[in-house]
Design a protein around this ligand. Structure first.
Ligand SMILES: Nc1ncnc2c1ncn2[C@@H]1O[C@H](COP(=O)(O)OP(=O)(O)OP(=O)(O)O)[C@@H](O)[C@H]1O
Length: 457
């Protein structure tokens, strides 16, 4: 049963005016018909979407002014309809229709329309955002990828083979791992290889150098921060490295340098598997394998109360110790070959026997990193295919004299060469002027003429 639609009998004019204003402020188009199908109201957005003005439609039967309108159906069958697609020239829109009831009887019907142009615009924006997100994910993925595998670890002596075996088992165990060894022994290389051998290989490998990040920034780097948590914080806050490493591996390099206060926070995260951003209230679960590394004796730091014992045991699920290069000198030649094989040089590279002897005799306090630097240096100094002792950096070359390695020279020649080196360095220090040379001679306890003679020999 359909009744007449009459608002003026029940509402004061002022109220109706206010209601119309309210309807005009919303973003959806609205059209209302009465029980006879006569258009009683449209709002401004309806005109904007359909192009139909009030004077063209108000007071007229909807069926006549808008051919194919579905709203009158609501008067007949009392059904609500939603998402009906319409097109008006260039404008596409969808409408929802519903009957209006009063005391259980239909007194009119209302339709609400939404422009699809806006929806199209929003979905294009959404697509663009998705594309940007995919690119960012790709970049982050590439940034946080472990580069090395166990194939990149060269050498087998001095226990290195067993260490590699242990590291492979550790990769399968999914426990926290602590790698200890002097600087340059390959701790980071091992961490990459372990991650790549583990079930987490396809997921991020996130390295953090605890000694390189200022203590006051480290907490927000590790755990992230909420927007506005401190002056200068970024809009939207920041995601922490723990969260970036979720389901993957976090490599905490130089863990011995982690400030005490952060040690407590790290321990809590490892125990509870949850992180909380700086300035945040919510906690988030994280599933991260932690590989830590240090060139300090962490056990000693614990004794000196500079590293928390409970954290030490948490991190030290599987301990891995890498032998320094001086204790596995048999690996030096394989390491040199590995590096020269990688060289882009088109000509063959040959190390003289003497160069090999010097490289093997040296103690390598900077371990493999130092060896690699020295080889790179020598390769760039040599003009021919032969890498001779003179192509090695000064410090290595001189050291070989101290170690008594003969360079194919007589004792007299070696003494002369060393004397000249020392005189040149002293003159360099005091200056090339006559006064500088006099001072150098005085310093060396020889006369000026002896100084000239020795240089001219
Ligand atoms: N056994 C090895 N085989 C091949 N390359 C190696 C080996 N050990 C070290 N390297 C190379 O030596 C360099 C230094 O290694 P890495 O950075 O892993 O050392 P580290 O122990 O982490 O040093 P630090 O304590 O100073 O951080 C890298 O270029 C690495 O690839």
């Amino acid at each position: 049963m359909v009744e007449s639609f009459n608002t003026s009998s029940t509402m004061p004019n002022e109220y109706i005016y206010w209601l119309e204003e309210a309807m005009d402020s919303i973003n959806d188009g609205i059209l209302v018909i009465d029980a006879q199908g006569i258009v009683r109201f449209i709002n401004t957005e309806y005109t904007r979407i359909t192009g139909v003005k009030k004077e063209m439609i108000l007071g007229k039967p909807l069926k006549e002014v808008r051919k194919g309108a579905i709203l009158p159906k609501a008067l007949r069958d009392g059904k609500r309809r939603s998402g009906v697609y319409r097109r008006e020239g260039e404008t596409e829109y969808v409408i929802d229709t519903a009957p209006v009831y009063k005391y259980g009887k239909i007194v009119g019907a209302v339709s609400v329309c939404k422009s699809l142009n806006e929806v199209h615009f929003l979905s294009t924006e959404l697509e663009k955002s998705k594309e940007r997100l995919a690119k960012l994910e790709n970049t982050v993925g590439r940034m946080y990828q472990a580069k090395y595998t166990f194939y990149d670890i060269i050498g087998s002596h001095g226990g290195l083979e067993d260490t590699v075996g242990l590291a492979k088992k550790a990769a399968r165990a999914d426990l926290n791992i602590l790698i200890q060894g002097e600087s340059g022994t390959g701790k980071e290389l091992f961490a990459h290889a372990i991650h790549n051998e583990s079930v987490r290989a396809e997921l991020p490998f996130v390295p953090v150098n605890c000694a390189a990040i200022p203590a006051e920034l480290l907490e927000s780097e590790l755990f992230g921060y909420e927007e506005g948590s401190f002056t200068g914080s970024k809009r939207g806050g920041k995601i922490g490295l723990f969260e970036l490493a979720n389901y993957g591996t976090l490599f905490l390099d130089e863990i011995g340098d982690l400030p005490m206060e952060l040690q407590a926070k790290l321990l809590r995260v490892l125990q509870e598997g949850r992180i909380r951003k700086v300035g945040g209230m919510k906690e988030k679960e994280v599933d991260v394998q932690v590989i830590s590394a240090t060139n300090k004796d962490l056990g000693k730091l614990v004794e000196k109360k500079r590293f928390r014992e409970d954290l030490y045991y948490r991190l030290n699920g599987i301990p891995i110790c890498i032998t320094p290069l001086r204790e596995r000198k048999q690996d030096i030649l394989s390491l040199i070959k590995y590096l020269t094989d990688q060289s882009k040089s088109t000509k063959p590279i040959r190390f003289t026997e003497e160069t090999h002897r010097i490289l093997i005799q040296y103690d390598w306090p900077g371990n493999t990193r130092e060896l690699f630097n020295v080889i790179h240096y020598a390769l760039s100094m040599a003009e021919t295919e032969y890498i001779e002792s003179k192509h090695l950096p000064d410090v290595i070359y001189r050291n070989s004299f101290k170690a008594g390695i003969s360079h194919g020279q007589t004792l007299k020649e070696m003494v002369k060469e060393t004397e000249q080196e020392i005189i040149k360095k002293t003159i360099e220090y005091y200056g090339e002027t006559l006064e500088g040379k006099k001072q150098a001679a005085r310093q060396l306890g020889i006369s000026l003429s002896t100084l000239y003679n020795k240089l001219d020999q």
